[in-house]
Design a protein around this ligand. Structure first.
Ligand code: 5AD
Ligand code: FES
Length: 330
């Protein structure tokens, strides 16, 4: 499976007869390029308020059947501090696209967290070059913004009033500013083709992404896609494995959405190319409210419980918890 062409990728995605070989080859590449260490990133979901209308997402502004919350800058920093005390070497701040967190407010949060001994990742959506620059200058290290799909027509259908070119602009600006950049896609969106998934993987390579998050689409009852079928776990795993095989030394999380579709999803992903897990470190009171999709795992757990749970699972498959910041290996 060296030097896969677009046709090879399509063939492998369509045909399930070589899945076992594909997953074990991705596992080998993972071991060779990034080793046995698993990086844990402490995820704080700090606001579920969002001005966007993504058809698949439970946080979309048209969803009135959701209890919206915002965590204050002070509390965000406090939760980050607790996560660092628990051993996390990276904090990930994620939210809907919530204008309350202006560049000024975000920079205050970033500076507060950067006083702690941790790398910082932001996942707060599309912003201007100036905002991205301000966050970087304040100390942010990484940024996650999934392209979701590279099929422009499908992208536009899934994201009313959004601009595909602006999403690309964001990725380019972030790279230019020196962030480690994470992107990724959903697998199983209505009318998504296998060919477009192959293009997604090639796109990740082309922009030289440092991290790739891949998850199956899970229909949310309070969205226009409520009657659609869920994405396929195995297909999502295959897109992830191929991404490992082609991009080699990047960081790839075993995503929470994978575990939602399969009770052992994250461990299976860690054995098929993934090397990162992002446990939730948000306090229990907010977890159920950050319902991007239904049946999210860990909504009744607390940060300590999740840390212990995932550590034990990782150790049970003979892997180690990394104690470094987990930047991309060169
Ligand atoms: N199912 C699976 N993943 C989803 N996301 C948003 N809505 C859903 C859904 N219904 C993913 C998007 C986004 C990430 C934070 O969550 O890919 O980038
Ligand atoms: Fe939350 Fe297992 S990671 S309980």
């Amino acid at each position: 499976m060296e030097n896969l062409t677009r046709d090879d990728i399509i063939e492998l995605l369509k045909d399930d007869s070589q899945n076992k070989e594909l997953f074990s080859y991705a596992d080998e590449i993972r071991k060779k390029y990034v080793g046995d260490e698993v990086h844990l990133r402490g995820l704080i979901e700090f606001s579920n308020i969002c001005k966007r209308e993504c058809l698949y997402c439970g946080l979309r502004c048209e969803n009135k059947n959701i209890d919206r919350y915002r965590i204050s800058p002070e509390d965000i920093i406090l939760y980050a501090q607790k996560a660092v005390e628990m051993g996390y070497k990276t904090i990930v701040l994620q939210s809907g696209e919530d204008s309350f967190y202006s560049a000024e407010v975000m920079c205050e949060i970033i500076k507060g967290i950067k006083k702690l001994d941790a790398a910082l990742t932001l996942s707060i959506g599309e912003r201007s070059f100036e905002d991205y620059k301000a966050f970087k200058d304040a100390g942010a290290d990484r940024y996650l913004i999934r392209i979701e799909t590279t099929d422009k027509k499908l992208y536009e259908k899934m994201h009313p009033h959004a601009d595909f070119e602006n999403r690309i602009r964001c990725l380019k600006d972030l790279k230019k500013l020196g962030y480690e950049v994470g992107t990724g896609c959903l697998v199983g969106l209505p009318n998504q083709t296998i060919e477009s998934l192959a293009n997604d993987i090639l796109f990740f390579k082309e922009i030289n992404a440092d991290m790739i998050g891949i998850g199956p689409f899970i229909p949310h009852p309070q969205t226009p896609l409520n009657d659609e079928q869920s994405g396929n776990f195995t297909l999502a795993l295959k897109v992830m494995a191929l991404t490992r095989i082609i991009l080699k030394n990047i960081n790839i999380p075993a995503t929470t959405a994978m575990e939602t579709l399969n009770p052992n999803g994250r461990i299976i992903a860690l054995q098929s190319g993934a090397n990162v897990v992002m446990p939730n470190v948000t306090t229990t009171e907010y977890r159920a409210k950050y319902e991007i999709y239904p049946n999210k795992i860990c909504i009744n757990e607390n940060p300590t419980k999740c840390r212990t749970c995932i550590e034990n699972k990782i150790k049970s498959i003979g892997r180690k918890i990394s104690t470094d910041y987990g930047f991309r290996k060169n």
